[in-house]
Ligand binder design. Sequence first.
Ligand code: HEM
Length: 413
Amino acid sequence: SSRQDTKGKANQDMRVLDEPIQLDQDFIQNPHAVYERLRTESPVRPVAMPRGLKAWLVTGYAEARALLADPRLSKDNKRVRELFAVHRGADSAFVSSLAAHLLNMDPPDHTRLRKLVNKAFTVRTVSRLRPRVEQIADELLAAMPEDGRVDLLNAFAFPLPITVICELLGIPTTDRDDFRAWSNTIVSAATPEQLRSHGTALSEYLTKLIAAKRAEPTEDLLSDLVHVSEAGDQLSEVELISMAFLLLVAGHETTVNLIGNSVRALLERPDQLAALRADPSLLPGAVEEFLRFEGPVNIATLRFTTEPVEVGGTVIPADQFVLISLLSANRDGEKFAEPDTLDVTRPAGGHLAFGHGIHYCVGAPLARLEAEIALGKLLDRFDTIELDGEPAGLRWRDSTLMRGLETLPVRLR
Ligand code: HEM
């Protein structure tokens, strides 16, 4: 069959190139050194991912930007699953009722679904949330323990965005510890069994919630989407559940890490912290630099080539998985001068932390607002913020998708 031919050819091409590199624990804990070497040697190259997945890893800025917006790269979930089956050993423990979302679709379905949520997240709509986001931040900071010793991720960086996205969607915040566990599993390295059971739990939860909104609509985005799904052929039931899933997971897994990574970067660089304290008007620009320097998304979601694609002098054959490292692209010295230096006064525009092209993050205005308020309020309220323990004790989460710390113990005064 023609699929057999494609498979044979693809494997041959893989072998012609160097041994695929492995992305293991050493890489998770210190990816920047690996990326620097890759960008210099071969910014587009084969790689062996966890769970036996073979793919092409893109680490250069120009190559990443070009491929993110290239219509010859598809995200169609059905074909991704077929390709997974072709890659022997790769296990796709997907839960199909959660998979019919924006990040797994090409136009015209992508265009249709994206239109339904664009309006809820424009800079203007989101700016109306400012007073409420400020209030949530104030309440969380007021609730810090007497001795000032906390895990800042648990006590601040996580509850802020999850509260905001739950309120926006109309999801009871009391259930948030459950989502945290389910959603953690889905973005981290977990066994296929864990992925399946937590995915199913989340899917069942959302199905019940949607039924409740249908019976009794409330003033929130989820009720609006339920209304759209009833009105016609714009949004099917499975697309509705998947949309809720994507917004919930994308709405907090990332922002928690932006806040955490930014605070860590500042604690390790007292000069940058002092600069920001001295001039709070630097904050919006600093958030862009934090996104560039250590953004929360490492290797963005899966795409595949629908035909051979030439990029930066390398040809990626058809039917190959392509993984684009935003973390690496944002440290490319060809784009950013002294890329490994955090400089809160740098004009950091042009970074790829929110992606590029049609899948550019719909929540970017909300994420920027949340990070700016979180960091501003934190610095305002506490004169001294110190790491509680050795810097070497900080560990990165075991995920190639997300770049975030396991915990961030600090002392606030
Ligand atoms: C897409 C990053 C916050 C919702 C994306 C993509 C990236 C990204 C890189 C594109 C992935 C790709 O092309 O494969 C981030 C970062 C955030 C953040 C770094 C925080 C700092 C949010 C928030 C929401 C959100 C708060 C919730 C409203 C989405 C959605 C998509 C998306 C729905 C899919 C868009 C599409 O396919 O058209 N995000 N995100 N994100 N993000 Fe975010």
